[in-house]
Unconditional design. Structure first.
Length: 428
């Protein structure tokens, strides 16, 4: 590896060690590289920063974030939780299953794990505490279940990967459906197993007609994924246009159907969207700069050659990449990983015949696992913060959930059709 590449990686690693925010660490690494080696004029850094964000598809990110904010303020979250409680009833461990199902359903609205944690965790973590659930278990469960929101479409992570790799976002959305459901089932199974072993309570038995009333009340929320996925599947609109349509839908539901939105909640939604989207786009721009530096120093070719020396097996390459991503996910923010890693692995995907849609979904699952793995573990940290406990308090319960998620990851890695079946059907 060249001195320039070592400088890039070294300065970034040092910045992370001293707790510099990811985006600023990436920018500092590129500026130090340009100053030390004069590889290009300093103006190139600004150009690459802007180029990293210059994509029409990325416009879907603030649009989906705004749609989720509006739906949350409109009361769709509460109606989804009510529906889940009516479906599950009073079975042993029912509240834990409600948490998993509610996180999966809200993930289909938000596309963000942290947003999922805040929306669902704020409602269910106090209720689970009152029902006797161990707070470490509840926080770990909400954190891992919320990360499924990055696998279930619409996924912000998939939008960034699709833009970076020039892969169809619509196919990635379709490809994430089955793995997202498998992750939900795996976590629900863990929730029932642990809850029954400890004798933790369920919810309340649904009264006659409650399931029907809850379903009707939640129907507008349940139609959102149908609008997005159906519209993309049948070519009615692109992912970005789907996001814009979701905003219009959220406004209609909130202002006309539920009449729960007002000007204050709309303004609050816009402000929250600006804050969230701004943070995401700064990371995207900074990571684009860093990826340019790595490419200029031919790091992708060097890593591809190294992996080729280690194994010539397609399965071996996949397992090696999954291992690297699991480690990176524990230390870095998901979007930065995607933009930095994708240009490096694309030559390997074509060399070993790995479908970019398949890899994109595997990458997303890896990052969902990383979002709950210390020391970073942003979803887990958010859940623990809402519960008011230390992350260390949740680790014992977290391990079984991570094992379940890794089992699904390996299943999806070894059975590509679990990802590719629906995208191939989309082509047909």
């Amino acid at each position: 590896m060249t001195a320039g590449a070592l400088t890039l990686i070294g300065v970034f690693a040092l910045a992370i060690l001293v707790d510099v925010p990811i985006a600023f660490g990436l920018i500092l690494a590129v500026l130090a590289y340009l100053l030390a080696f004069g590889a290009a004029p300093m103006m190139v850094a600004a150009q690459q920063f802007a180029t990293g964000m210059e994509s029409f598809t990325l416009l879907a990110i603030p649009l989906f974030v705004l749609a989720a904010q509006l739906m949350n303020h409109a009361g769709l979250t509460q109606r989804l939780v009510r529906l889940c409680m009516a479906m599950v009833g009073d079975i042993r461990g029912g509240l834990a299953v409600v948490a998993v199902l509610a996180c999966m359903m809200f993930g289909a609205l938000s596309g963000s794990g942290v947003a999922d944690v805040i929306a669902i965790g704020s409602m269910l973590l106090p209720a689970m505490k009152r029902s006797g659930y161990h707070q470490g278990f509840s926080s770990a469960l909400v954190g891992t279940a919320s990360s499924v929101g990055t696998v279930i479409p619409p996924s912000i992570v998939m939008i960034v990967y699709g833009t970076t790799s020039n892969t169809s976002v619509g196919k990635l959305f379709m490809g994430g459906l089955i793995p997202g459901l498998l992750l939900t089932l795996a976590l629900a199974a863990v929730a029932i197993f642990v809850s029954r072993r400890h004798g933790w309570a369920g919810g309340q038995k649904a009264e006659p007609g409650e399931r029907r009333r809850a379903f009707i009340a939640a129907l507008p929320a349940l139609l959102v994924p149908v609008l997005i996925i159906g519209g993309i599947r049948f070519g009615v609109f692109t992912p970005t246009e789907a996001a814009a349509s979701a905003i219009v839908y959220a406004l209609v539901v909130g202002l006309v159907v539920y009449r729960s939105l007002n000007w204050k909640s709309i303004v609050d939604s816009v402000l929250a969207t600006a804050e969230t989207s701004g943070a995401i786009l700064v990371i995207i721009g900074a990571a684009g700069m860093f990826a340019w530096g790595l490419t200029y120093e031919q790091v992708p070719q060097a890593i591809a050659a190294l992996i080729g020396d280690l194994t010539d097996s397609r399965v071996g390459v996949l397992l090696l990449l999954m291992t690297i991503l699991l480690v990176l996910g524990s230390f870095m923010e998901s979007i930065a990983i995607i933009i930095i890693v994708t240009p490096i692995v694309l030559p390997l995907l074509s060399q070993y015949g790995i479908d970019p849609v398949h890899f994109g979904v595997l990458l997303t699952i890896n990052l969902a696992i990383g979002a709950n793995t210390p020391p970073l573990g942003v979803d887990l940290m958010a859940a623990c913060r809402i519960a008011g406990i230390s992350v260390m308090y949740s680790l014992r319960h977290l391990m079984l959930m991570l094992v379940a998620m890794i089992a699904v990851l390996l299943l999806v890695a070894f059975v590509p059709e679990l990802v590719l079946f629906l995208p191939n059907l989309m082509e047909g």
